[in-house]
Design a protein around this ligand. Structure first.
Ligand code: BG6
Length: 506
């Protein structure tokens, strides 16, 4: 697989790692991308627009194809009309001629993808050129991953150059995740399996590695010696939109913490990898997951808070509560706050406060490293401790808060001022969507930014006792009004340690 197109395509397997600098227009190997759940929200809103953008960047070869497979009957002409509409909505800035060319790549097949015989209908749409990359993207419910993989094998469609892409969530606990991995693993090797956590494809998340390991400034500060605590917030203003059916079975812990927040924590807490080799990075992340102190039994009530939004107002607009959106009562959490501890020499005694929720006051994903106060104060006014704020979205950037003397009369007045690296001001061009990079990495065969099986399972191992603790307590999630920062218990979680959530620091 690695050496399929070594000379024609600089972006082909083997030539790229996370760190390989490729020209932005490097072609990836010719490929057939099959999207199961092809008519679904993820495909129309994210995957197809991402592929269109990469087509516009000149990365797809002329003969690369996209086959959408869905359960609903339908034909290619009707599907292309739907795709055209979605692309205009989500990728409107791409020139029209490229839209038209892209649509010609797209084919639709309505069939039951768990039936190997039915799936044979896919064969005529796939190139049998040797070495051709086949990417099977399973944007379906996770309980279909195993059956679809088996049906692909039955239909004889899995070649050595095939890869399978699994959307999160991978199961709903450790046992179901293992069962899915086993079922998919019976058909695809680990090398062929790409488990998506789209946060890893975000430019600002990839930049965490660069910030930490391409600069000498921070490494000496990056430990319990100088860091007081870390906050990781992923706040959304949206509710559950059209996904209430899925979400109610999942909740914020499974939907966001088990994957996105823990991956962010890993990138902040991991030791420097020896290289950017796929396993060097993932080995270090895995070590972090394994050193997280388990939260179980009585600790669950002390170190976690779960909430559910009630009716309220977001950006001045009245919005219904979760149960009203769902149409029934529910004990599913739409908010979680957790105090986590990484039990290593580097991070001893440094809490990591994690927080995520829907219908919060603002859409913001941010990591804050709060440094320790100066050891001895010589000013009449105590300096505020330094803070490194890594803003993942929106207004992507990095701010280093320092104390400065406010100019002018009035003695030495200290002022918190920030060195501000704004992505929008510093870099020209658009910020690509996470799925663009990830889809191209699938075709290139580069799994560095994907989750390895052992990582996913280690994350479930840490999350499970929290789920169990909540189930045992029988306590319902604490209510919070839509448009707030979550239940007051989340404020108490950090304030009882004498600390404050970042938005309250100002
Ligand atoms: C998804 C979750 O993985 O991430 C959604 O299933 C959530 O519930 C989404 O809204 C957030 O992603 P982003 O890229 O908008 O921050």
């Amino acid at each position: 697989m690695q050496a399929s197109h070594p000379t024609r395509h600089p972006g082909s397997p083997g030539s790229s790692g996370f760190g390989a600098a490729l020209p932005p227009t490097a072609l990836v190997a010719p490929c057939d991308i099959v999207v199961f759940g092809g008519g679904g929200d993820l495909a129309l809103r994210k995957l197809l627009p991402a592929l269109l953008y990469r087509d516009a960047d000149g990365q797809l070869t002329a003969d690369s194809r996209i086959i959408a497979v869905g359960r609903s009957p339908g034909d290619t002409a009707g599907f292309r009309a739907r795709v055209a509409e979605a692309l205009h909505r989500h990728a409107g800035e791409v020139p029209e001629a490229i839209h038209q060319g892209f649509l010609q790549r797209v084919v639709y097949l309505g069939l039951d993808a768990t039936d190997g015989t039915a799936l044979s209908a896919l064969a005529p749409h796939l190139s049998d050129q040797p070495g051709r990359v086949r990417a099977f993207y399973l944007a379906t419910a996770p309980d279909l991953f195993g059956p679809i993989a088996a049906a692909l094998a039955t239909a004889g469609l899995v070649t050595p150059d095939s890869r399978v892409v699994l959307e999160k969530p991978l199961g709903r606990d450790l046992a179901s995740s293992c069962a899915i991995n086993d079922a998919v693993g019976a058909v695809f090797s680990e090398r062929q399996t790409f488990r998506i956590d789209h946060y890893l494809g975000k430019e600002t998340v990839q930049n965490l590695l660069v910030l930490r390991f391409a600069n000498v400034l921070f490494e000496h500060l990056w430990s319990h010696a100088e860091v007081d605590h870390v906050q990781i917030t992923v706040a959304e203003t949206l509710g559950v939109e059209g996904r209430a059916g899925y979400y109610d079975q999942s909740g914020a812990l499974r939907d966001m913490v088990q994957n996105h927040l823990l991956q962010l924590l890993c990138l902040i807490a991991m030791e420097p990898p020896a290289s950017l080799d796929q396993d060097a990075v993932r080995d270090e992340k895995l070590k972090v997951l394994r050193t997280l102190r388990p939260i179980r039994g009585g600790d669950v009530a002390v170190n976690t808070v779960r909430g559910q939004y009630r009716a309220g107002a977001v950006a001045g607009l009245a919005v219904p509560g979760y149960a009203e959106e769902l149409g029934q009562d529910s004990a599913t959490e739409t908010f979680v706050a957790i105090k986590a501890q990484v039990e290593t020499w580097r991070w001893a005694g440094v809490p990591f406060y994690l927080r995520t929720g829907k219908r919060l006051a603002d859409r913001t994903s941010e990591i804050v490293l709060q440094f320790r106060p100066v050891p001895h104060v010589i000013f009449p006014q105590a300096p505020r401790a330094n803070r490194l704020v890594i803003r993942l979205q929106p207004d992507e950037g990095i701010r280093l808060h320092l104390m400065a003397k406010e100019p002018g009369p009035g003695g030495v007045r200290l002022k918190d001022a920030a060195l501000n690296l704004s992505f929008a001001e510093t870099f020209s061009g658009r910020l690509p969507d996470a799925y663009e990079r990830l889809l191209m990495d699938v075709v290139r065969g580069n799994p560095t930014l994907f989750m390895r099986r052992d990582e996913v399972e280690a994350a479930w191992r840490w999350v499970e006792p929290i789920l169990a603790g909540w189930a045992e307590s029988g306590e319902r999630p604490k209510p919070y009004p839509a448009g707030s920062w979550g239940p007051s218990a989340a404020v108490a979680l950090i304030e009882r340690d004498g600390r404050t959530w970042a938005e309250d620091i100002g």
